[in-house]
Design a protein around this ligand. Structure first.
Ligand code: NAP
Length: 359
């Protein structure tokens, strides 16, 4: 028998069979709320179609059945404790740092660019007086997740919130790209986040409390000639994150959110050499990274399993999901096609000192 001080989630680990320690299907989390909403919608629609109820009753049943459910559940639970953010030196990751710091969280900022990590640290310390440590590490190499985990432990920090944000794209023809590029991208975008979730997740489970956020992409739904490996890698991370949310039901107190941004105005554009693609240069859909991070933060507080960064991102995904495959692939290749000097995305912010002046 576990001692009284042990959390139920710890008991599950000790028993080695987390899924069986408690029935997990009856919780009103965002997956089940969606499931119930769809069930009510379909049942009401069928009842109306087969003339069991009239239109008024159908609308009443929908309003009474779905609205309270969606307004009340899942109950909000804002994160607390130290936040580790990968890719905190720029773009969406830097914006996450400012958002969490504003709410009083201590931070562990991770990336490779020590200079920019230091600037983000100075920005949050000056503006929000929180503790911030930096760890400079290349997360695209084998073993990086464990190395990062060890470095955090050496600093005697415990992570309550894990933001798996670091990522890299690569526009172009995969037949012309370095053979090693695919390995680095898959390690950074897939393997490292999975291993970080495993390592830090274990500690969260022992404490009975924790929050994870995975930054995937609208591209996680699109097979993209011209961004092939990147979008393929994001398919992997999205599937992992979605399934993980349900698996984590076995560990009360641990939640996971999948944030799917549309194109955002960050160094991702220049780093992945996508500044001349139609998507980045001319689609008009490029989003503000601050807004993307805010949406992710709110979704984490509200225990959402998945969230798009904007209605535009959600609409684009819906369109691609329901298009015939031939149209899907052709449209995706047009979006990722280079405009060859006709138009270029404006230069994204590269210097966090500028961002610090605005805080
Ligand atoms: N911008 C978009 O259009 C867009 C759209 C959908 C999804 N996303 C996703 O959003 C996330 C954040 O990207 P962003 O738009 O903010 O781009 P960004 O400004 O280029 O930021 C990427 C971050 O990842 C870090 N990083 C890159 N390679 C790394 C490595 N090998 N080891 C450790 N850290 C590394 C970078 O830090 P260092 O330079 O210090 O290493 C940087 O802080 C990514 O997962 C990206 O896939 C972006």
């Amino acid at each position: 028998m576990p001692s009284k001080s042990e959390k139920p989630s710890q008991e599950a680990i000790v028993k080695g069979n987390a899924a069986s320690f408690k029935p997990t299907y009856l919780v009103l989390d965002s997956i089940n709320v969606d499931l119930l909403s769809i069930t009510i919608l379909v049942a009401t629609g069928l009842a109306y179609l087969f003339h069991y109820i009239d239109a008024k009753l159908a609308l009443g049943a929908l309003a009474l059945g779905i609205l309270p459910l969606r307004l009340i559940f899942p109950r909000a639970r804002p994160p607390r404790g130290t936040v580790l953010i990968t890719g905190a030196s720029s773009g969406v990751g830097a914006e996450f740092s400012y958002i969490f710091a504003e709410r009083g969280h201590d931070l562990i900022l991770v990336g490779r660019n020590q200079d920019q990590l230091d600037v983000v640290r100075e920005n949050v310390q000056r503006r929000y007086q929180v503790r911030a440590d930096t760890i400079s590490i290349d997360l695209s190499v084998q073993g990086a997740a464990r190395e990062l985990y060890n470095q955090v432990n050496e600093k005697e920090r415990s992570v309550s919130v894990l933001v798996n944000n670091a990522g890299l794209g690569a526009a172009g023809d995969p037949m012309e790209q370095d053979v090693e590029l695919a390995e680095r991208m898959v390690t950074l975008n897939c393997i490292t986040p999975v291993q970080l979730a495993r390592l830090f997740g274990d500690d969260m489970i022992k404490r009975g409390e924790g929050w994870m956020l995975h930054v995937t992409s609208v591209g996680a739904w699109i097979a993209s000639p011209g961004q092939n490996i990147y979008h393929s890698s994001k398919h992997f991370l999205r599937a992992f994150s979605e399934a993980l949310t349900l698996e984590l039901r076995a560990y009360p107190g641990i939640t996971n959110t999948n944030l799917m941004p549309g194109p955002a105005h960050t160094q991702f554009i220049t780093r992945s050499h996508a500044e001349e693609t139609f998507m980045m240069a001319a689609s008009g859909a490029v989003e503000d990274p601050k807004r993307v991070a805010q949406v992710g933060y709110m979704a984490l507080c509200n225990r959402k399993a998945s969230v798009f960064s904007s209605w535009n991102a959600a609409g684009t995904t819906m369109l691609f999901r329901f298009l015939p495959r031939s149209v899907h692939l052709t449209l995706a290749s047009l979006l990722n096609a280079p405009l060859r000097g006709v138009r270029r995305a404006s230069e994204p912010l590269a210097e966090q000192r500028v961002r610090g002046e605005e805080l």
